[in-house]
Design a protein around this ligand. Structure first.
Ligand code: G6P
Ligand code: MG
Length: 220
């Protein structure tokens, strides 16, 4: 029986994913690295340092910088990202999400955030939906990033639920892989081909309807 929903944040509840990708793309350019669209997209859901390392690897610069230099680049990128976050308002909640959260509340479902972002509390506060959730996984407590299932297992524990009692929402390939590795039901938001491992896929958040998803979940 469905008892809870676990949510990624960036690209699911709000479009902050685009701010992340723009900030990374700009940093890559400064480092003389041109990223393809697919390379840029592969950064979705990936932690801050893992994203930077991936960019350097794409550019063949994986051994070029010291840890201290890399920390500086990551801090620069984060400062640019936070500037964008400061402009966010409740209007930046993605279409379909308010209805989804309201439907979940009516059913008394537990709701937990499973975002790798250290900025998640700040973003949720800007959106005015911090109090909607029963908990947030602290990304500082994680040993492995998505696609490792750790974050979704932790979120499920915070909700106090079992893997077959939750539905988890993701826009990232690495995130869908993490959900499936945790043994949970995955809803993928975005490209059908990229997110094909998900149990239920919609092109955009506006297409999310809890009763429809739940019908497929109950069948599994
Ligand atoms: C989320 C985003 C990633 C981001 C990561 C870390 O998973 O999808 O794009 O790199 O969080 O975010 P942070 O705000 O801590 O740099
Ligand atoms: Mg995401």
């Amino acid at each position: 029986m469905l008892k809870g929903l676990l949510f990624d944040l960036d690209g699911v509840l709000t479009n902050s994913a685009k701010f992340h990708l723009t900030a990374w793309n700009n940093l890559a350019k400064e480092l003389g690295i041109t990223l393809t669209d697919a390379q840029l997209d592969s950064l979705r859901g990936i932690s801050r340092m893992d994203s930077l390392n991936l960019i350097l690897q794409y550019g063949g610069q994986e051994d070029k910088y010291s840890e201290a230099e890399k920390e500086k680049f990551a801090a620069e990128k984060n400062a640019k990202f936070v500037e964008q976050v400061e402009t966010m308002t409740p209007k930046d909640i993605l279409p379909g999400i308010p209805e989804l959260l309201a439907d979940a509340k009516k059913q008394n479902l537990k709701m937990v955030i499973a975002s790798a972002s250290k900025n998640a509390p700040k973003i949720l506060t800007r959106l005015g939906i911090m109090d909607e959730f029963d908990g947030i996984v602290d990304p500082a407590s994680l040993h492995h990033g998505k696609p490792d299932p750790e974050i979704y297992i932790k979120a499920q524990e915070i909700a106090g639920l079992k893997a077959d009692e939750v539905i988890s929402f993701e826009d990232a390939k690495a995130g869908v892989e993490a959900i499936k590795a945790a043994g949970q039901f995955a809803v993928g938001i975005g490209d059908k081909e990229l997110l094909k491992e998900a149990d239920y896929i919609v092109p955009t958040t506006a297409d999310l309807k809890l009763s429809k998803i739940e019908a497929v979940f109950e069948e599994k």
